[in-house]
Design a protein around this ligand. Sequence first.
Ligand SMILES: Cc1cc2nc3c(=O)[nH]c(=O)nc-3n(C[C@H](O)[C@H](O)[C@H](O)COP(=O)(O)OP(=O)(O)OC[C@H]3O[C@@H](n4cnc5c(N)ncnc54)[C@H](O)[C@@H]3O)c2cc1C
Ligand SMILES: NC(=O)c1ccc[n+]([C@@H]2O[C@H](COP(=O)([O-])OP(=O)(O)OC[C@H]3O[C@@H](n4cnc5c(N)ncnc54)[C@H](O)[C@@H]3O)[C@@H](O)[C@H]2O)c1
Length: 477
Amino acid sequence: MTNETTRTYDVIVIGAGPVGENVAERARAAGLSTVIIERELIGGECSFWACDPSKALLRPVVARADASRVPGLDPAVAGPLDVDAVLAHRDKMSSYWKDEDQVDWLNSAGVDLIRGHGRLTGPKKVAVQTAEGDTINLTARHAVAVSTGTRAALPPIPGYDTVRPWTSREATTATKAPGRLAIVGGGVVAVEMATAWQALGSQVTMLVLENGLLERMEPFAGDLVTEGLREAGVDIRFNTTATFMTREDGEVRITLSDGSELAADEILLATGRAPQTRDVGLQSVGLTPGDWLTVDDTFQVTGVDGGWLYAVGDVNRRALMTHQGKYQARIAGAVIGARANNEPVDTAPWGAHVATADHSAVPQVVFTTPEVASVGLTSREIEHSGRRIKVVDYDLAQIAGAHQYGEDYRGHARMLIDTDQGTVAGITFAGPGVGELVHSATIAVSGEVPLNRLWHAVPAFPTLGEIWLRLLETHRG
Ligand SMILES: Cc1cc2nc3c(=O)[nH]c(=O)nc-3n(C[C@H](O)[C@H](O)[C@H](O)COP(=O)(O)OP(=O)(O)OC[C@H]3O[C@@H](n4cnc5c(N)ncnc54)[C@H](O)[C@@H]3O)c2cc1C
Ligand SMILES: NC(=O)c1ccc[n+]([C@@H]2O[C@H](COP(=O)([O-])OP(=O)(O)OC[C@H]3O[C@@H](n4cnc5c(N)ncnc54)[C@H](O)[C@@H]3O)[C@@H](O)[C@H]2O)c1
């Protein structure tokens, strides 16, 4: 027999990925009774099928590439990676796909957890279907936050549904390297997984629709990553896609857009993300199932009366990254708390209750060899930015810190200066070790630090941070 129960909370959060967890924790910290609903593992995509396992696969690859540039150390890293050890480390970093630690954290934060599938059933109403077939009907006094994230968006290439393709989930959790791995896509997932699996023993072939990799970033970043992947042995085919695929005799046979054929043991479709909103009851509140949820800067969903529905994290499509989603969660939790407690809401730009950084200061690191790190505007976006921008370039290989970092250092940096404001509007670094530079850039961009003051921020010698001084000198002529 199945049961039906009813409960009321101040705040209901659907989806316990990194973002939902933080919305719930912040709402609870504001004194609101809070429940979170999760149908899979607490920690979501990031902990178990995305950031954590992928970075665990990539760390040995990046560390080995760095070490191989250091005289005296290079012979020690000349051999292949210990694949079993790397995969075991990946399993550990994914907590062996168990979520007890996150459950403990939710408990310590005072957030209630219900395991099951959550659906909106009307304004401030959510029904949870549990695995046992029970239904728990919830009512929110103040807010419902949807943080249901995304899934892999699969392209409608004929045959794709018959070949059991890899998505990012299989690419991050596979237990052995396929002999031949074809990857469709040239975005972040594609380049990171090509880097990892080529180093772990696969022969990777990338099929890229565009004429370069990482098309949303500065072109030099894609060029340097292309160079790195090709040197590692990856076969990259630009302006190419798959037009048909079939699995025969255990292998995937792929017809390419130029008419040629490619055989692979596995095919990874790294072709973007789709919102997990098909089955969360959006129709019950006048929204369309399957759509991204559009929000204002306080994360209230537009088109829903009463201001009770929030969408936070990947599902609102503002910035599909964990750190940015968690920033959104801190803001959303605080504003839900302020509204519920009748406290002042600060919606001025950079105020406590608006996610201003989503528009102008989103950092990202791509963990390839070489790494790419960026924040803010890129030169591709200048035209639509409505700002007067000066582009300053510098060859990273010319700085002393790069010489110390490793021999044959190759890298590049680009700074975009808002000439009216006299501040940095965006910056991109590509080169070994640049991932750790990104937060300095994020502070400069989000803090709108005047260039005259940046001139007094002295980089330690000899570090990669010297790139700041060289970029500023180049700007000053
Ligand atoms: C391969 C890969 C690597 C990545 N690497 C990085 C990285 O290095 N750094 C970075 O910043 N970002 C990275 N990302 C992006 C990052 O994973 C996402 O931005 C992040 O997971 C978004 O968090 P979220 O909480 O919004 O959604 P998710 O992590 O997707 O969590 C959503 C949760 O909601 C649950 N859910 C969905 N529907 C329901 C429902 N109806 N009822 C109950 N529960 C539901 C899901 O089960 C899931 O647990 C990577 C992504 C991929 C694919
Ligand atoms: N290190 C990180 O921060 C990190 C790592 C991985 C993923 N992520 C996040 O995950 C998100 C998703 O990454 P992604 O690489 O899946 O998406 P993406 O949007 O970055 O790239 C998608 C790629 O698929 C191609 N594509 C789309 N449809 C196609 C089709 N029908 N046929 C052939 N090619 C097609 C596109 O041309 C593009 O090259 C990113 O927005 C990123 O923010 C972040």
